[in-house]
Design a protein around this ligand. Structure first.
Ligand code: A3P
Length: 315
């Protein structure tokens, strides 16, 4: 009897099971046998204790920057390609393996917790499963900001980068595009709106992580009262010492946001000033997000979590 050569079998197998093309990296530190064959320099301390997973344009940089100012918290190393982010679980970097990820973290100092922030993790369909396989004990931090405001901020962000699609279309043209619109416009609409469909993404995270490992930040509160947010978050991640952010943050009238007393405000690319959203887009987004917000309300009630302020006023 003859069987096809191994490569042909592999090709056939992966064409039938494309989800398995990439392995799922599990945590070597969880298995004694793996630890025995791991070189000494590969320390289990090169993994984060908690991860800010996004979504984009909800205040992730502010949260990341405020946490970095804490003496017992250390962020992942900066990658010139992704600025302050690592972006391991959500894209091609995952194929580089655990070593690649670990290189983004230093040797742990005693009493210091490491963390990372990658704002595209939240709405990426692969990330929760992959992250749970590698970091089952990590705490997950998610910011829920008013989704229409988030979408508009995203559009403005792309305009400031002179994205060729958004430069040619108004915000309303982007968010009102339909199945019959050109492909590039539909894609932009999806990238603009999908991250704000919070209930769908949060449900995916909850399939893997237990609810007590997930911390939800109210995006409005992070904007207007970050001292409260930082106080709650410190308790959740159980960091010591507890720092009073009242002494670290000051409201800057000119910027219109809180800034660190010592380091100053975030870069001008965060907290931009732009014209308010037009009424037609507001109406459209209100309708678009209504069912998602209703589901989020139910989900948060089931989880016994407070509803963000914007969700209480948004019907
Ligand atoms: P805008 O620039 O549209 O106002 P991210 O860091 O996830 O990209 O989010 C950017 C958004 O963070 C900003 O959007 C701004 O509204 C919000 N933000 C929250 N706190 C901030 C702060 N202290 N300084 C600047 N921007 C802040």
């Amino acid at each position: 009897m003859q069987t096809p050569p191994p490569v042909a079998i592999a090709k056939k197998y992966f064409s039938m099971y494309p989800d398995e093309v990439l392995p799922i990296w599990t945590n070597p530190c969880d298995y004694n046998k793996h630890m025995e064959i791991w070189p000494k320099e590969k320390s289990c301390d090169h993994f984060p204790s908690f991860v800010i997973v996004g979504p984009q344009k909800t205040g992730t940089t502010a949260l990341h920057t405020f946490l970095e100012a804490h003496p017992s918290l250390k962020s992942s190393k900066k990658d010139p390609q992704y600025f302050e982010e690592v972006q391991f679980f959500n894209n091609k970097n995952y194929a580089y393996g655990i070593d690649w990820y670990m290189k983004h973290f230093d040797d742990a100092e005693k009493g210091v917790m490491q963390f990372e922030k990658s704002a595209n993790y939240f709405d990426n369909e692969f990330t929760p499963q992959r992250m749970f396989a590698l970091l089952p004990n990590a705490k997950i931090v998610i910011i829920l900001a008013e989704p229409a405001r988030r979408a508009y901020s995203w559009y403005q962000h792309l305009r400031s980068h002179e994205d060729p699609v958004v430069m040619n279309y108004t915000f309303f043209e982007v968010v009102s595009s339909t199945e019959n619109s050109p492909r590039h416009l539909r894609d932009t609409r999806n990238r603009c709106l999908k991250p704000g469909e919070y209930s769908t993404h949060l449900t995916r995270w909850l399939k893997f992580y237990p609810k007590n490992q997930i911390f939800l930040v109210d995006g409005d509160q992070l904007n207007k009262d970050p001292i409260m947010t930082m106080n709650k978050l410190q308790k959740f991640i159980a960091v010591a010492p507890y720092i009073d952010y009242y002494k670290m943050l000051r409201f800057d009238k000119e910027k219109g946001f809180y800034c660190l007393v010592e380091q100053g405000c975030l870069s001008p690319s965060k907290g931009r000033k732009y014209v308010p959203m037009d009424a037609e887009s507001q109406r459209l987004l209100k309708n678009h997000y209504a069912p998602h917000n209703a589901q989020l309300r139910t989900l948060l009630t089931d989880l016994d979590r407070p509803h963000p302020r914007w969700l209480m006023t948004n019907t």
